[in-house]
Design a protein around this ligand. Sequence first.
Ligand code: 4AD
Ligand code: MG
Length: 466
Amino acid sequence: MEIRRTKIVDAFKKTSYGEPINVKGWVRTKRGNKSVNFIALNDGSTINSIQIVADVDKFDENILKSITTGACISVNGRLVESLGGGQSVEIQADEIEIYGTADDTYPLQKKGHSLEYLRDIAHLRPRTNLFGAVLRIRHNMAIAIHKYFHEKGFFYFHSPIITASDCEGAGQMFQVTTQNLYNLKKDENGNIRYDDDFFGKQTSLTVSGQLEGELAATALGAIYTFGPTFRAENSNTPRHLAEFWMIEPEVAFIDLQDLMDLEEDFIKYCVKWALDNCMDDLEFLNKLIDNGLIERLKAVVNTEFVRLPYTEGVKILEDAIKAGHKFEFPVYWGCDLASEHERYLVEEHFKKPVIMINYPKEIKAFYMKENEDKKTVQGTDVLFPQIGEIIGGSVREENYDKLLKRIDELKIPMKDMWWYLDTRKYGTCPHGGFGLGFERLMLFVTGMQNIRDVIPFPRTPKTANF
Ligand code: 4AD
Ligand code: MG
């Protein structure tokens, strides 16, 4: 009789000892002696591997020999209470079927590979305990995000991936074309002609879904996007990817205060979700990667974030310099704060997350609402311990004339912006939103140090493997 497969996560919850059971998975380790083999089997449903006990005289010698690290097997047996410490149950094997062997070229034979090496074998690294934990948490964070916004009455809105506009105006876009790059059509001035290109114009991969998100928010009231975004910035840092996922809520009728409340509430919800739903994986990461992790997550859930105007932040940093603190980059009113400055404020000065607001308009994007001082805009960055900037957002300039003036000043091509300006032309309203970098959230929640290790297949300058 065929026994239906039980996932290992569910097997651990059972107490029906003696019951026939089938589990399938990949062999993590095998050890044993002349009379009995112990196989640690993992099927990805949990960080915990189940112990399979195989009496040597019950099995063909060749079968036991081919059960090596990395092999995939199916085990029929009986659930028994585990006498050793650690796990609650194990399986006394009756029959073992081998689905796939793994010979001694299998790259994950030994434990303790470096993270750099694992990036080179990113096609196999999900089979390690570490990446299993990271990927299960990644799934859980995505679910938490959808659940949060759904419960709050936000609608999931699908902004396009291919676009003709540069939301951040930073010119960091990857072009999308079907033109023959060896034979580009050019006009008399030597400029590339796009009229014959697939879309009949120059198009790129989106850097942000915000502009389209604003169209939706000014119709549906509150929306969020959650999708891949692309930045061709040559930043080789542990916190930048060329392809990353972003969550961008956009809400009508909110002001700066509401926006900050939403940012704080949302992040706390996600972190709490991890604590409530991913404890096995977090405990593993806490042991292996960062033994302050769980404490830090709990602290964020229970702390009120600091709300700090940029001008005050600069003053704190200037005072720190006067008191002898050394930064690599200079600090002055008007500078774009570097990660070292943000981390000083968060990790050393306040020792908690900081929402920085009211930035000089020169260092922020064209769409941010100007304050009455005409020098600053209602931008917000949420700064986190270990990470630096995790969220960037703002109240939007809803006044048609002011927005147009800013677009002019920054020489943003108007022909690409008419549809965006229409939101301000017809029934404009106060509104705002933010973008959370999904992988930055993942860095925080997992304690991993490098953003390449919290996304399955990282894309960074000079690397696009798998
Ligand atoms: O601050 P950014 O550039 O803001 C925007 O794109 C706005 N349009 C968002 C909005 O208001 N709707 O990016 C938002 C967040 C950053 O705070 C950071 O967490 C993440 O996206 N991010 C990156 N994450 C990984 N790699 C990169 N290269 C990133 N660039 C931004
Ligand atoms: Mg930003």
